[in-house]
Design a protein around this ligand. Structure first.
Ligand code: GLN
Length: 454
């Protein structure tokens, strides 16, 4: 029947790694009971959401889409997921992703890639990437399997999948959401954030997710503003910066057109448009692909077969053999590539040439933004240099895949809040996203500009 067909179409997306309907039902029942008792409902009372499999969930398998965490069931709950349950939400399940959040297409998952619910209008039925690394989250929200999902963003993993699937997603200022209980990729960059159908839902979810947590040393000791209450699409008196260095070579005409459309919308909403310069933009991608793997190589040292998940213990093997066999079997190709790059750039002979240099570049990039804020309040750019590509199209060429992050990485290096909102469709009928980058702690400014575009 129609329902069964719907369910099998939904399952074919491969968005969920684990389904937890009882968790979502319990939240729905609690919301019903509160309503019946005449109590004030919590902000997310009964809302069923999807949880990226990077968040540890007490008693529910959590793998970061890697075989090395196969069957790992955390005995604790991440702060972000706990905050969502405290706000009344329930969990539909754990969402597929790029392994350890490394990737831009979801193809590095050990459990099969997610398929975008979108198809090209030209009838070419090639399955499309839902973006990455939060590709299970973007596909699930875009396919209307859940009204919202959590994502994490280290170099664009909330914004690029949101852009590829026509939904909204915000990465808050670094430190707004606790990283406690979120499996680490690159600790100085990792931030959690919501992915949802529109800006208002993102604001509501982010309010629940954010907040100081003494268990995370980099958590910001600040109250969570009332972002939903503060929403306004009136941009009178606001200045929107257009960074000229984001006009990269070979930018497709439709991305240019999308950007111009976004500029027009924000001008219509009352904003003044100004051109700004972020001169070190072109060094952001190489700096990111040094710093993120360096931190990853350190963070992933803990997967040694002793403490979590997979253990390969060949007959007669010693401890070193066990480490080697477990890591050889457990990590995927992209994860191994990052560990090797990371250990290389951190090694004694190369540390100054690569790692120190990348950290200096990171400072210059943060300063570029600081200078830009003298003449504008938010920045507007495209989210990604292309619409969703076909699965397999870039998987043989890591550099081509990394280049897809060109617009999202600079704000990650600077720790700034940044959002992607749907901007329109390309000639093939595929969604394109516009990115808004804000000052540190100005999620409100970002959300409001997003609202004006939406
Ligand atoms: N695509 C980028 C990478 O592979 C970003 C990933 C992320 O933000 N988690 O590192």
């Amino acid at each position: 029947d129609a329902f069964t067909a719907k369910v099998s179409r939904a399952k074919a997306l491969n968005a969920f790694l684990v389904e937890t309907p009882e968790h979502a039902l319990a939240a729905a029942r609690a919301a019903d009971a509160a309503r019946a008792a005449g109590e004030t409902l919590k902000p997310l009372a009964g809302v069923p959401i999807g949880m990226k499999d990077l968040f540890c969930t007490n008693g529910v398998t959590t793998t970061a889409a890697s075989s090395i965490l196969g069957g790992f069931t955390p005995p604790y709950e991440s702060t972000v997921s706990q905050n969502l349950w405290d706000a009344g939400a329930g969990m539909l399940g754990k969402l597929n992703m790029d392994q350890f959040a490394m990737g831009s297409s979801n193809e590095t998952s050990a459990f099969g890639n997610v398929i975008s619910p979108w198809r090209r209008a030209d009838g070419s039925n090639a399955p499309l990437a839902p973006g990455g690394s939060s590709g299970g989250s973007s596909a699930a929200v875009a396919a209307r399997l859940c009204p919202g999902a959590t994502g994490t963003d280290t170099g664009g993993s909330i914004r690029q999948p949101a852009a590829f699937t026509g939904i909204s997603g915000i990465k808050p200022t670094y430190g707004r959401c606790s990283r406690w209980g979120t499996i680490a990729f690159a600790s100085s960059l990792d931030q959690a954030g919501p992915m949802a159908r529109d800006v208002t839902d993102c604001a509501i979810m982010l309010e629940a997710m954010a907040g100081f947590d003494k268990k995370d040393a980099t958590s910001l000791q600040l109250d969570v503003p009332g972002w939903e209450r503060g929403l306004s699409s009136d941009l009178k008196g606001k200045r929107v910066g257009i960074p000229k260095e984001y006009r990269v070579d070979n930018m497709p005409a439709e991305i240019e057109a999308l950007w111009q459309q976004g500029i027009d919308w924000l001008r219509d909403a009352g904003a003044e448009i100004v051109e700004v310069s972020l001169p070190h933009t072109k060094y952001a991608l190489p700096a990111y692909y040094i710093i993120a793997p360096a931190e990853a190589s350190s963070n992933l040292a803990r997967y040694d077969g002793v403490r979590y998940g997979l253990r390969d213990l060949p007959d007669g093997a010693g401890l070193q053999d066990m480490y080697a066999a477990t890591r050889a079997d457990g990590f995927g190709t992209e994860v191994k590539r990052r560990i090797m790059i990371g250990t290389y750039v951190l090694s004694a002979g190369f540390y100054d040439a690569y790692y120190t240099q990348a950290q200096k570049v990171r400072t210059l990039i943060a300063r570029d933004f600081e200078r830009a804020w003298a003449s504008c309040d938010v920045l507007l750019t495209p989210t990604a240099p292309s619409a969703a590509f076909a699965l397999g199209e870039k998987s043989a060429d890591p550099i081509a895949m990394y280049l897809n992050d060109v617009f999202t990485v600079p704000s990650s290096l600077a720790g700034l809040p940044a959002m992607s909102v749907p901007g329109g469709l390309d000639a093939n009928g595929l969604p394109l996203g516009l990115q808004i980058i804000g000052r540190s702690l100005d999620e409100q400014g970002v959300l409001n500009a997003g609202l004006a575009i939406e």
